[in-house]
Design a protein around this ligand. Structure first.
Ligand code: HEM
Length: 383
């Protein structure tokens, strides 16, 4: 039976993440079992030489080391268009019952943005692709307990391959297609992770909207940033910090998993090879003894001039295996929030209690969040 370690100290957390993928491999048995359902050769569950090649490819396409993705001038207008369309649709259909933004509308618009970003404009309405990944991911959640649905997986990967072959310029898949070929790269199987991982990015953006709509001080600072922006939405540091803060409060990847590739010597003992290692991020992110205002919305803590703390805040992980999509996610979610908040304010209309005066809850159900939309200058419901 496999042994399991749980990380409880910051220095242990940093040690494990900095020493990944060897001796702490992200390709843990549970991840392999889950992802085998839809992306068996993805970087996440690759090892050795194959991992090196696939990681390099991911970093190149996702522009991991640049805060502004090289395709920003293609992506940001898409975000503006789809957000404008979302608001227009709500305003057109909502006259009788008031203008309400619900998760279903938000996520449909977000998926349209994601498909256009990943494959180009022609994939905008390819909802079937999104449904396929949802179904395969549902199977993936059964991990070892359910055999992979091989026919659906093959059909899905063929569909991804076709979409990559026809991907329009200015999309991630087009960039991927034009990289020099490498026999170990498995490019088609790097794409499902993008489609899948944009999901939590949508959740984070929607939860950030809930935080901003209930925290007037932070909302005012965000709106000021949007009004003063001269970068066309490329650089919105405060809004990015708001998204990071929402991810600290409600991690979308609360469990970072590793498996030791060999024996590892720690000051107080030896960890065997093949030992599972769990980092449960909320344990650190909500530690009120070590993190000031752990249960409050304080985006400032993510800004360079903020009070310094080396306490782990790792919603995207850290070290050599850090999420390669981190900057792209922050650019896209902050741009969508900017488009929403540019001329409107949002009032939380559902029952969640979020307030600067109360401790924020440990979880936030994004499915049931609902907002009333107002014209910014009038402060009255938008009709
Ligand atoms: C809110 C949104 C997201 C969050 C919080 C997030 C967080 C994470 C975390 C915690 C990991 C695991 C890192 C580790 O094991 O140390 C990861 C891996 C990864 N993420 Fe993200 N992610 C997000 C969105 C995205 C998006 C949109 C993409 C691509 C477009 C992406 C691409 C990847 C890839 C390829 C990996 C595997 C990296 C590797 O194994 O080397 N992520 N992400």
């Amino acid at each position: 039976m496999r042994r399991q370690a749980v990380i409880l100290q910051p220095d242990q957390l940093h040690y494990v993440l900095e020493n990944s993928p060897d001796p702490f491999s992200p390709a843990s048995s549970e991840k392999k079992a889950a992802l085998n359902h839809f992306e068996p050769r993805n970087v996440l569950i690759s090892q050795g030489r194959e991992r090196t090649v696939r990681r390099a490819l991911q970093e190149q396409v996702l522009d991991t080391h640049s805060p502004v993705h090289r395709l920003a001038s293609s992506f940001l207008p898409v975000i503006d268009q789809e957000t404008a369309q979302l608001l227009e649709d709500i305003e057109r259909t909502g006259r009788a019952v008031g203008n309400t933004l619900a998760w279903e509308d938000f996520i449909s618009a977000w998926y349209r943005i994601v498909r256009r970003t990943v494959f180009g404009d022609h994939a905008r309405d390819d909802e079937e692709l999104t449904h396929m990944i949802t179904e395969l991911r549902r199977d993936g959640n059964w991990s070892f307990l359910k055999p992979p649905h091989r026919r659906l997986r093959a059909r899905f990967l063929q569909r991804v391959r076709d979409s990559m072959d026809t991907a329009g310029p200015g999309s991630l898949a087009h960039t991927l297609r034009n990289l020099p070929e490498h026999k170990d790269a498995a490019p088609v199987e790097q794409i499902p992770q993008w489609l899948f991982a944009f999901d939590p990015a949508g959740m984070a953006a929607f939860r950030t909207l809930a935080l901003l709509s209930t925290h007037p001080e932070q909302q005012a600072r965000a709106v000021a940033e949007i009004r003063e922006d001269t970068t066309g939405g490329q650089q919105l540091p405060y809004l990015r910090a708001c998204v990071l803060e929402s991810l600290r409060l409600w991690s979308t990847t609360p469990m970072i998993l590793r498996q030791s590739t060999r024996e590892v010597h720690w000051p107080d003992g030896t960890m065997p090879g093949n030992c599972g290692v769990l980092i449960y991020t909320p344990y650190f992110h909500r530690d009120e003894d070590n993190l000031p205002h752990a249960h409050a919305f304080r985006p400032e803590r993510w800004l360079a001039d903020a009070e310094d703390t080396d306490w782990p805040m790792v919603p995207f992980s850290e070290g050599p295996v850090i999420c390669p999509g981190r900057q792209l996610v922050l650019m896209m979610t902050s741009a969508m929030l900017a488009s929403l908040l540019e001329n409107r304010t949002f009032t939380l209309a559902s029952s969640q209690h979020l307030s600067p005066k109360a401790l924020l809850p440990g979880t936030l159900d994004h499915f049931s969040l609902r907002f009333t939309i107002h014209d910014q200058d009038q402060g009255a419901p938008h009709t």
